[in-house]
Design a protein around this ligand. Structure first.
Ligand code: MN
Length: 311
C-alpha cells in the first residue's frame, strides 16, 4: 500500500468528458504472488465517498499453485468488503470467525480499533477465482468502535430483463442492502448478457465510480473495460449504461467523505502518530491472533517517514 512510485505519470489519468475522469488501474501483488488490479487508491483518485480501496482480483485459474494466500495482518479504521464472483475464499479473524464466502455473498469485517484476519483459497478449491475486495473508511465517530465480523448469505437482486442489478451496499431501485455501513454510500453490481441499455437513477449528492469486472460497456458514452476506473463527480442524476455483448460492472458511490484520511499499509487513520502506534502494536503482536492459518503473519514494511528513536 505504501509505494506508489511510478504511479504519477500523466498518462494514467484523462479527463474523458466534463465531470468524468478516467484513471488506469495499477498492477499490484496480493499475498503470496497473486496479481491484482488496484483501482483505488491512486494518486489521481483516492476515494469515492467512503470507499478508499478497490482491488479487482482474477479471473485466475487457481488449480496450479496455492491460490489466494494472504497471511494474518491487522486493520484499523475501516471495513473490508469482499465480493467474489467466481470461486471461494476462507476468512479467519482474531474474533474467532472462520467464514467461507461464495459468489452472491458478502463478507464485511469492521476493523474499528483493530482486528487481524487472513484470507485463503480453500482446499480443495474451485478452479477459478474472481472478485473484488474493497475498503470503506470509517467516519471519525465510528473509527475506534469494537471490531466486528458479519457474513451476509444474500443481498438484494433486481432483474428487469436488461440487467441483473445486485445491491451490495446502500439503497437502489427500491431495494436496500442489509450490509451495515456508517456513511451514505452505495455499491451495485450490474450484469448484462448481450445487448442491454440501463438508465440508472443516481443521487445528485453522491460522487460515483465504476470498473468493469468482465466484458465491456459504455457509461455516459464512455467506454469501460477491465483496467480502468471511470469517476463521475457529484451532481449527476442518472447514468446510461449500454452494453453490446455483455458486461459485469461494479458501481460505487457515496457522499464525498469530507475527512482527510491517512492510508498506510493496512491502516486507515488521520495522523502519522496513529499509524506509528498501530505499527508498534502489530510489531508487539497486540491486535490479537488468527487461529488455523497455515502460514506466517505479514510483516509491516518500515514506516516511510523518519520516526523518533524510542529512547
Ligand atoms: Mn485485509
Amino acid at each position: 500500500m505504501s509505494s506508489e512510485q511510478g504511479d504519477d505519470r500523466r498518462d494514467r489519468v484523462e479527463q474523458a468528458a466534463p465531470g468524468i475522469q478516467r484513471v488506469k488501474t495499477r498492477d499490484a501483488t496480493l499475498g503470496e504472488g497473486m496479481m491484482i488490479r488496484r483501482a483505488l487508491p491512486t494518486v489521481h483518485r483516492r476515494m469515492i465517498g467512503a470507499w478508499c480501496f478497490l482491488d479487482h482480483f482474477g479471473p485466475v485459474d487457481v488449480r496450479e499453485g496455492r491460490g489466494m494466500r494472504v497471511g494474518p495482518h491487522p486493520h484499523i479504521g475501516l471495513q473490508t468488503f469482499t465480493w467474489p464472483v467466481q470461486g471461494e475464499i476462507v476468512h479467519r479473524d482474531s474474533l474467532g470467525y472462520v467464514q467461507p464466502i461464495k459468489p452472491g455473498q458478502v463478507n464485511l469485517m469492521t476493523a474499528g480499533r483493530g482486528i487481524v484476519h487472513s484470507e485463503e483459497s480453500p482446499t480443495p478449491r474451485p478452479s477459478q477465482l474472481h472478485g473484488a475486495q474493497l475498503w470503506i473508511a470509517l467516519p471519525d465517530a465510528q473509527r475506534s468502535i469494537e471490531p466486528a465480523f458479519d457474513h451476509y448469505p444474500a443481498v438484494p437482486v433486481i432483474d428487469d430483463g436488461q440487467a441483473r442489478v445486485t445491491v451490495l451496499a446502500g439503497e437502489a431501485l427500491g431495494e436496500r442492502s442489509p450490509v451495515r455501513v456508517y456513511s451514505p454510500l452505495v455499491a451495485l453490481e450490474l450484469v448484462t448478457e448481450g445487448e442491454a441499455r440501463i438508465e440508472l437513477p443516481l443521487r445528485a449528492g453522491f460522487e460515483y465510480g465504476a470498473i468493469a469486472l468482465a466484458g465491456a460497456a459504455s457509461l455516459a458514452d464512455q467506454p469501460l473495460a477491465p483496467g480502468s476506473l471511470l469517476y463521475f463527480g457529484v451532481g449527476r442524476e442518472r447514468l446510461t449504461i449500454v452494453s453490446d455483448a455483455g458486461a459485469r460492472i461494479l458501481l460505487l458511490g457515496g457522499a464525498p467523505f469530507g475527512e482527510e484520511v491517512l492510508l498506510w499499509w493496512n491502516f486507515v487513520a488521520r495522523t502519522r502518530a496513529e499509524i506509528e502506534r498501530a505499527h508498534a502494536t502489530w510489531a508487539a503482536d497486540g491486535f490479537g491472533d488468527v487461529r488455523g492459518y497455515d502460514g506466517e503473519r505479514l510483516r509491516a514494511p518500515a514506516l516511510p517517514w523518519a520516526t523518533q528513536p524510542a529512547s
